[in-house]
Design a protein around this ligand. Structure first.
Ligand code: IPE
Ligand code: IPE
Ligand code: MG
Ligand code: MG
Ligand code: MG
Length: 289
């Protein structure tokens, strides 16, 4: 699993470097690359490849979709670290983008990474029909905006130091993290035109995303800053609304194991074809970064 993940990360970075090298050289590129390329796990891209396997899809098209997703993800991290948001100075084992380049540059690099995702998906050279490209762009936009990442981040910040019911916390985590995972799981069904699977993979994706965010919160609680590449033990200080703050550490682990079993049950119908995806889901819970 680790080997496959590293290979995908390498291929995504190569794709992105090539894509950027074809564009005009601007003053923002350095800060964009800094927040985008080194250190990220590229786990969302791995999910696209894993689900792609279920649909017997070609690797290269999936890498292009993964590259777009990683741009949006990197933008969300750059903005997440800003002083007006989580105010974090360490990301992926390095200074966060605003610490390195300044706040205004970080905001603009983030904006540019968001929009470049749409350039990647609409690229002429990308061998998908226009209707499919529009479907992908439509869905990734929805998953990133006010009903996805941005909306979820808004709730995350407004929930700080408040007593929030479990249902609302889960809703917030699905928006800020789960929606982009849903996109990753739905994109292979879209490009295979197997639309009847969309609902199923929407649910599988948001469950995996929720699991991923819970694992991230567990890592914040008990993980190691050096290994994680970002400062840990911050959620408690900030009064973040998490499952841990509501249920405690041990019960959150139980919750995550139950959630994992539920996802595995949903994948049962795909038999052996779902093996890689299951491996990634196991990794999501066991990781230390
Ligand atoms: C961190 O995401 C932010 C969350 C949504 C929890 P990742 O853990 O995927 O971050 P990188 O890309 O590997 O740095
Ligand atoms: C961030 O969640 C989720 C995003 C959509 C960016 P966190 O704030 O927990 O992510 P980390 O812990 O800073 O990576
Ligand atoms: Mg945050
Ligand atoms: Mg954060
Ligand atoms: Mg976190």
């Amino acid at each position: 699993m680790k080997k496959k993940l590293n290979k995908i990360a390498k291929d995504i970075n190569l794709f992105l470097l090539k894509f950027l090298s074809k564009q005009k050289r601007t003053d923002l590129i350095k800060s964009m690359k800094y927040g985008l390329l080194p250190g990220g796990k590229k786990i969302r891209s791995k999910l696209i490849i894993d689900v792609g396997k279920i649909f017997n899809l070609r690797y290269h098209n999936l890498i292009q979709i993964g590259a777009a997703v990683e741009c949006i993800h990197a933008y969300s991290l750059i903005h997440d670290d800003l002083p007006c948001m989580d105010n974090d100075s360490l990301r992926r084992g390095k200074l966060s983008t605003h610490k390195k380049f300044g706040e205004s540059t970080a905001i603009l690099a983030g904006n540019s990474l968001l929009t470049i995702a749409f350039e990647i998906l609409s690229e002429k050279k990308f061998k998908l029909d226009d209707k499919t490209k529009i479907k992908l762009i439509n869905l990734i936009s929805e998953c990133s905006g006010h009903s996805g990442i941005a909306g979820g981040q808004y709730s995350d910040l407004s929930f700080e130091r408040k007593k929030i019911p479990l249902k609302k916390v889960i809703e917030m985590q699905i928006k800020k993290t789960g929606k982009l995972f849903s996109f990753c799981c739905m994109a292979p069904a879209i490009i295979s035109k197997k639309y009847k699977y969309l609902k199923k993979f929407n649910k599988i994706g948001s469950d995996i995303g929720l699991l991923f965010q819970i694992a991230d919160d567990l890592l914040d609680y008990s993980g190691n800053t050096k290994k994680a590449g970002k400062k840990t033990k911050k959620d408690l200080k900030k009064g973040k609304a998490t499952l841990i703050s509501l249920l405690g550490y041990k019960n959150t682990i139980k919750y995550s194991n139950n959630l994992k079993s539920k996802i595995f049950k949903n994948l049962y119908v795909f038999g052996k074809k779902g093996t890689d995806l299951k491996g990634t889901i196991n990794y999501i819970l066991e990781r230390s970064k």
